[in-house]
Design a protein around this ligand. Structure first.
Ligand code: NZQ
Ligand code: ZN
Length: 390
């Protein structure tokens, strides 16, 4: 096991009707807030009214900004920064999914900064301070409710880039599984794929001894494999929704990655796809992850055999371990297809004309850099993965 520091400041308030506590929780930090949300699902479901009511009851004044799109845009972040400055706001409450939360986090680092907030995402600057952010989560997927990350899309250049910094962890997050009952089946499935990807990015490691976190990862994957199909079929099944919601949060709160090196190549490749084609991040991952596996499994067949055996209950063929490894990869791909996800780029109407551009962007324009902690991948390897995913 490798040395590590683990600290996660986000207070999780989990359970039925938990959103009614939001006003009192915010009031402990601020008497004025920006209420940020997405494209309207929170108004349609009635959640907006309950949150607004709770804030008013607790004496918290708020200014609102809706419109965070999936793959949240830099333009709205800039608008939000101006709105906060104009109104003297020091606290942002995001109600929604990863997109509204990531957009809120970007505003939080942008408000106190003298330069352009994109500097943080392009690697030109590191945030020194941030406003407090809190969340009411409506979709288990991105894990942003407790992660130190934010991913923003700059329409100028179709660039989707992430920022990771401890300042970005929300001060609290409210997780009520009932709020996910209204999720369409496709969004539920996309969320499940993202959660599984967050676990697998950590699971595929070169660290030799990491048994405890291996087992945690396997338990989390099995929980999603069992419960996500139930959520797709029975959207109002509280217990299944609760399992996925909590597993989704822990999948990306950094616990599962303690003491081990991690990969993250599939995420970087996917961000190039959704940055250009504006597809759901989870759908992009359902396409990229199996393709990545097919390209890299020979670099550590044993790890893929363990994945096949422990996660998918596949009997190990000791005479042909590659066969077992490939059976595990096929099981993952079949699972994604079974819950209604695409498993090829063409399933998302993505052609082959921009594969080279994606490989370039992923490794830096010169094509010199590599990505991935499990197997370093250069531009040519990434192109191969994208071709496998066609
Ligand atoms: O915008 P509204 O109307 O709210 O609708 C959303 C959106 O269309 C809808 N939705 C959410 N909750 C709902 C609901 N519809 C009905 N009922 C509900 N309860 O679902 C759609 C997707 O929402 P979004 O917030 O985009 O989903 P997600 O949570 O998957 O976030 C995706 C973003 O997070 C980034 C992704 O790259 C992507 O940009 N990620 C953020 C990470 C982080 N901050 O740590 C890590 C991840 O790897 C990921 O990259
Ligand atoms: Zn993700």
């Amino acid at each position: 096991m490798e040395n590590f520091v683990f600290q996660n400041k986000t207070k999780i308030i989990f359970g039925a009707a938990a959103e009614n506590q939001v006003g009192a929780e915010v009031a402990a930090f601020a008497k004025k807030a920006l209420l940020h949300f997405g494209g309207g699902s929170v108004k349609k479901s009635g959640l907006y009214d309950r949150v607004a009511g709770s804030l008013k009851k607790a004496g918290v004044e708020f200014v609102e900004l809706g419109g965070a799109q999936p793959n949240p845009r830099l333009s709205l972040v800039r608008e939000g920064i101006e709105l906060c400055r104009k109104n003297g706001i020091k606290f942002i409450l995001a109600v929604g999914g990863g997109s509204a939360i990531d957009s809120a986090k970007a505003m939080a680092v942008g408000v106190p900064y003298g330069g352009d907030v994109w500097d943080f995402y392009s690697g030109k600057a590191v945030p020194a301070e941030a406003l407090d952010v809190a969340t009411v989560l409506t979709i288990p997927a991105a894990g942003s409710e407790s992660s130190p990350s934010s991913v923003i899309t700059n329409a100028d250049g179709d660039l989707k880039r992430g920022l990771t910094c401890e300042l970005l962890r929300p001060v609290f997050s409210i997780l009520n599984p009932e709020l996910t009952f209204t999720l369409p089946a496709y969004q539920t499935a996309c969320g499940a794929a993202d959660i599984m990807a967050h676990i697998m990015e950590r699971y595929f490691t070169t660290t030799k001894c990491a048994d405890f976190t291996d087992r945690l990862c396997e338990a989390a994957l099995k929980t999603i494999i069992h419960n996500a199909p139930v959520c797709v079929k029975e959207p109002k099944n509280y217990d299944a929704r609760a399992e996925v919601m909590w597993a989704g949060c822990v999948a990306h709160n950094d616990l599962l990655g303690t003491g081990r090196n991690q990969d993250w190549a599939s995420h970087q490749i996917e961000h190039e796809i959704s940055g250009i084609y504006d597809v759901a991040h989870g759908a992009g991952l359902a396409v990229v992850f199996p393709a990545w596996m097919k390209r890299v499994f020979r670099s550590n067949v044993n790890r893929f055999v363990q994945f096949a055996s422990r996660v998918w209950n596949i009997e190990i063929d000791f005479h042909n371990q590659e066969k077992t490894a490939l059976a595990g990869i096929a099981a993952l791909e079949n699972f994604f297809a079974s819950i209604g996800l695409p498993t090829r780029l063409k399933d998302m109407d993505i052609g082959e004309d921009r594969l080279e551009e994606m490989a370039d962007k992923c490794t830096g324009r010169g094509g010199a850099a590599t990505i991935g902690g499990f197997t370093p991948l250069n531009r040519g390897d990434i192109l191969e993965i994208l071709k496998i995913a066609r």
